[in-house]
Design a protein around this ligand. Structure first.
Ligand code: NAP
Length: 471
């Protein structure tokens, strides 16, 4: 499709699964003349694989081996610690690349919009996930785990990750790459019960089967489901049930039959309940008011939650909302506030003024926060197919400064602590070497300053961070 000597240069913004699958497809699909530069805000790559996937899911994280192969490609470069809008503008990129692929994901949480949501002790699950995974933006967050009961709102896999993380024993966690600050806090947690609240029924839950099954196998936590509540929710037939929901229902019916053993903690799965209000005072949340729902058929034929008017109050000191992620706008790039995505057709960016030549979107910022990591592979293929077909049609950009050295010179001038892939490899080696004696895959560095120093080849042990005021 492309010929040597006429390289097309692509900027990929974001180094999570979507960005890496797009880069991989681009480099594989070309004869020799596609060059990919990947820009990442953090000094570290892998997006949610590093900072979203739960620490006790190492198999899922091993997908990075595929991304490492892409990164080793001679026509791939990684530019970490570079933020679009702060260090480079869209204009800078339009002048230097034949196309830009936005792969920035959905980094923010969705709010519930109920009274009391801002009380201390009420958190976005996204913050908790970033915190236990050592994401630099969240390492200073504090989660008070001194109460007996936590409530997690939502029936997706993030809700299950959060609930499970709150129950894991020291032995289950200490062999993972969980952030050290989180390991310490979770070890000291006094939480005994985690109530996971779904606004619809078990047949409408967004959990996937392995994640739900995992709850039944925890070392020191029982899973509790009320048979009565389950059957009440299942009394309304859902014509849209798929094999995943059918299997979920089977698993939940099995859980409902279990007799709790005297494990240290319990996860209680509740259904047909919507959060209405959080009550408490300046010290924090004290209770959550839940509205009991009935399943009603919506205009689109899907079952939705209808408020019955009945209320239930649960005492809790910790509430996590796990009701989905949200994309954020990028400077000068079209954005649809309603879907929190970049408007696009099959990956081609469409602004209010029509198609944006040479601009593409991939992953969650393209389609919203849905699917598992592998979903992004197919999604990226669609975007890359569109891009390559536009290339064949002569419909990419014509940059004025396509020389690969030009962008690097600009970045080195503006970002003195630019992190290349070699810099990331230094971080990777350092983290793994810290983890090895402890039998852990790695010990994550969680401070930008530390990451940048290690990326630059400095030894952290040479001068204690404390004396440099970095801790
Ligand atoms: P999700 O799968 O979209 O689930 C969101 C949940 O929040 C749904 O149960 C939804 O209920 C509920 N919800 C939305 N608005 C609500 C409201 N106002 N009040 C009460 N409940 C509300 O989102 P997620 O859990 O954040 O996961 C995001 C994506 O990442 C998913 O595709 C997920 O599978 C993936 N993920 C995968 C893994 C894994 O593979 N292990 C781990 C984590 C995340 P309704 O259905 O009624 O809207």
């Amino acid at each position: 499709m492309t010929t040597p000597g006429t390289p097309i240069r692509i900027a990929v913004i974001g180094s999570g699964p979507a960005g890496f699958y797009a880069a991989g497809h681009l480099l594989k699909g070309s004869e020799s003349a596609v060059e990919v530069d990947m820009f990442e805000r953090l000094p570290t790559p892998w997006g949610l694989v590093r900072s979203g996937v739960a620490p006790d899911h190492p198999k899922i994280k091993s997908v990075t081996r595929i991304y490492e192969k892409t990164a080793a490609h001679p026509r791939f470069r990684f530019f970490g610690n570079v933020e679009l809008g702060r260090d480079v503008s869209r204009e800078d990129l339009l002048e230097r690349y034949h196309a830009i692929v936005y792969a920035t994901g959905s980094p923010k949480d969705r709010p519930l919009g109920i009274p009391g949501e801002e009380l201390p002790g009420s958190h976005a699950a996204t913050d908790f996930v970033g915190w236990y995974n050592g994401h630099p933006d969240y390492c200073d967050h504090e989660f008070d785990l001194s109460c007996e009961r936590a409530v997690v709102i939502g029936n997706g896999n993030v809700a299950l990750d959060v609930a499970r993380m709150l129950t894991l024993t020291h032995e289950e966690l200490a062999c993972t790459d969980v952030a050290d600050h989180a390991l310490e806090a979770l070890d000291a947690s006094e939480i005994k019960e985690i109530v996971v609240v779904g606004r619809r029924g078990p047949a409408q839950a967004a959990f996937t089967n392995p994640e739900l099954l995992e709850l039944g196998e925890l070392a020191d936590a029982d899973v509790i489901v009320s048979s009565e509540e389950l059957e009440r929710a299942l009394a309304v037939n859902d014509p849209n049930m798929d094999p995943t929901s059918e299997r979920n229902v089977k698993v939940l019916r099995d859980y409902a039959q279990r007799t709790p053993t005297e494990k240290r903690r319990r996860i209680v799965l509740r259904f047909l309940l919507s959060p209405v209000e959080l009550r408490g005072d300046e010290h924090g949340v004290g209770e959550i008011v839940l509205g009991r729902n009935e399943l009603v058929v919506g205009g689109d034929g899907r079952l939705r939650a209808g408020d019955s008017g009945e209320r239930e109050t649960i005492a809790t000191g910790l509430v996590m909302r796990a009701i989905g992620y949200r994309g954020v706008p990028l400077p000068d790039v079209p954005f649809d506030e309603r879907t929190a995505t970049i408007p696009n057709e099959g990956g081609r960016v469409i602004g209010p003024d029509g198609p944006h030549r040479g601009e593409y979107a991939v992953g969650w910022i393209k389609r919203g926060p849905s699917g598992v990591i592998g979903t992004n592979k197919k999604d990226a293929q669609e975007t890359v197919d569109a891009l390559l077909s536009d290339f064949s049609a002569g419909a990419l950009l014509e940059p004025s400064e396509p020389d690969p050295d030009a962008i690097e010179a600009l970045l080195r001038e503006r970002v003195p602590s630019l992190v290349t892939y070699e810099g990331w490899s230094e971080i990777d080696r350092h983290e793994q070497s810290l983890g090895e004696p402890q039998g852990r895959p790695r010990v994550k560095l969680t401070r930008i300053e530390e990451l940048l120093r290690v990326a630059a080849g400095e030894s952290l042990t040479a001068e204690p961070l404390d004396t440099l005021g970095l801790r």
